[in-house]
Design a protein around this ligand. Structure first.
Ligand code: ADP
Ligand code: MG
Length: 535
């Protein structure tokens, strides 16, 4: 049973004990407060200039785009004003070559093209009217403002936010690397490409996906109080939470509404503990980091998020394959193999290439609890071209994948608990009867089986949270969070815009807008349902 013993020993290296979790929380709190005091800390703690969360009564039709790490989503959202919304969207995978394009223009031109396709498909009437009018009326602005979609741009990379629709890129993460874009205003980059295509779209707000998730959850979640944290567990991981203004000690530029006494802070927690004071560090973590494009950075993310878990597993698998005394994915271990063919790894298997193992298969492994692991074995064949894996092979794969996934969930609990404790929500007597609401988004937390259960298990083991505290913490998926959240912030931004000269067109445009809205609602009704997103 060399394989089973080996898998057990490796899995044990991914153990992250209750004691580790508690130590992690203390360090997270320390690094959070360091980030609130000064720039340059591991946790950037970026003020977002968003000082309040929605309450569900917001209304209007908006567009949103989301550049995650894997996909680009374009959507239009109608906020119904009663905690529900209509959403229509399209999603395309971001071509790998554009993630490392020579110029920013190449990537942003692609994004603008996708927006055009979306408008032509889902809002054609409005789009055509705009084109027709552009040809027949010459307005002083070159376009008529009222007929322009306000767009919220969810851009989930570290940004120095300079205004509600202005922010410069600090660094790329998640495998992107276009040096040309660093330091540039990403809204201006997108608007430029949109204008080249003459689209009736104004980039009105720049939104981090975490902030969008927090907003969306506050809009949709029932109860008196909004969410305290929006968190992403997708390609990358990050969180934004509501901080007291008085706790932000470092200087903040720019104007903001001080009346709420709060400020949404984007933690950029992917970089928690880059110095490895408390993060676990197996030989495979070391190797993954060494081979990444940003060694020493995003160290927490490299142990938690979708982009990296599969790669960690792949590195372990490759090492196991090299061990002469272990029969892994080789025929000798297939005595009890009920499938006739010989176990082997096809020469074109992506197991041997960096990023060649998608985290999605870990979800399949975790979900397959049948005695023969038939689904997982089929998945190993179809996605990794490992032919006729034996039951022992699949069991070893499942055990190691499970250990990596479990460690990730327990690390996720560290960030969640630290933020809940930082906000004081568990001890605030005014909200003692309310749940402490947390919105989450991303394929990992959405699809990995028991991810939330494993988070709760760790939360219960945290001294200042415990059974009682964990019961009050409500972690809910903010379905379509980034789209709805971006729309909500575009709404706030639209309210802040200065009035532009428009008397001349007022009536005509008012009618146009009503037509467009009716049309848009009609097509939305065909496309999707009211999404109440309450879970
Ligand atoms: P984005 O980060 O672009 O917003 P997602 O939230 O969909 O996109 O996250 C994509 C990441 O999630 C990828 O790293 C992918 O490997 C991982 N992933 C996709 N499907 C699953 C799944 N079923 N289980 C676990 N991870 C998944
Ligand atoms: Mg996302």
């Amino acid at each position: 049973m060399a394989l089973e013993a080996e898998a057990k020993a490796i899995s044990a290296k991914f153990d992250y004990t209750d004691e580790d979790v508690n130590k992690g929380v203390r360090e997270f709190l320390r690094q959070m407060n360091e980030g609130l005091e000064k720039d340059g800390a591991s946790l950037s703690q970026i003020p977002t200039y968003v000082t309040a969360v929605p309450n569900g009564t917001e209304k209007g039709l908006y567009m949103a785009v989301d550049l995650g790490g894997t996909n680009f989503r374009v959507c239009s959202i109608n906020l119904n004003g009663d905690s529900t919304f209509h959403l229509t969207y399209t999603k395309v995978a971001i071509p790998k070559e554009l993630m490392v394009a020579k110029t920013a223009e190449e990537l942003f031109a692609f994004l603008a093209q996708q927006i055009e396709v979306f408008l032509r498909t889902h809002h054609e009437e409005q789009f055509e009217k705009h084109l027709r009018r552009r040809m027949t009326i010459s307005s002083p602005l070159g376009f008529v403002d009222e007929d322009v979609f306000r767009l919220g741009f969810t851009f989930s990379f570290p940004i120095q936010q300079l205004g509600i629709n202005k922010g410069t890129l600090i660094r790329w993460t998640k495998g992107f690397d276009i040096p040309d874009a660093i330091g540039k205003d990403v809204c201006a980059l997108l608007q430029k490409e949109i204008d080249k295509l003459h689209l009736p779209v104004k980039v009105a707000a720049l939104v981090n996906d975490t902030v969008g998730t927090l907003m969306a959850r506050s809009y949709t979640s029932p109860g008196k109080t909004g969410a305290v944290l929006g968190a992403i567990f997708g390609t990358g991981t990050n969180g934004a939470y509501i901080e007291k203004l008085s706790n932000i000690k470092k200087p903040m530029q720019g104007e903001y509404d001080q009346s709420t006494g709060d400020m949404v802070v984007n933690t950029e927690w992917g970089s928690f503990d880059n110095q490895l004071n408390v993060l676990p560090n197996t030989p495979w973590d070391v190797e993954l980091d060494k081979q990444s494009i940003n060694p020493g950075i995003q160290m927490y993310e490299k142990r938690v998020s979708g982009m990296f878990l599969g790669e960690l597993l792949r590195l372990v698998v490759v090492e196991l394959l090299k061990k002469p005394h272990v029969s892994f994915f080789k025929d000798e271990s297939s005595d009890s193999n009920d499938w006739k063919s010989t176990t082997n790894i096809a020469s074109d298997s992506t197991l041997y290439t960096q990023w060649g193992l998608d985290t999605a298969i870990m979800s399949v492994a975790a979900a397959d609890n049948t005695p023969e692991l038939v689904t997982l074995r089929q998945e190993l064949e179809s996605t990794l071209h490992v032919y006729a894996p034996s039951l022992e092979d699949a069991q070893a794969f499942k055990a190691i994948a499970g250990a990596i996934g479990r460690r990730a969930a327990r690390l996720a609990a560290v960030a969640i608990a630290a933020i809940v404790l930082q906000t004081g929500s568990l001890t605030n007597p005014e909200t003692a009867d309310e749940p402490v609401d947390i919105g989450v988004d991303g394929s990992l937390v959405e699809y990995y089986p028991y991810f939330r259960d494993m988070i709760y298990e760790a939360l219960r083991a945290i001294e200042s949270v415990g059974e009682e505290g964990a019961k009050r913490i409500r972690i809910g998926i903010a379905k379509d969070g980034s789209g709805v959240g971006a729309a909500l912030i575009a709404l706030v931004a639209a309210g802040m815009e200065k009035a532009e000269p428009k008397e001349y067109f007022a009536d005509y445009i008012g009618q146009l807008r009503r037509n467009a809205r009716e049309h848009a609602l009609g097509s939305l009704a065909e496309e999707g349902d009211d999404v109440a997103a309450r879970d």
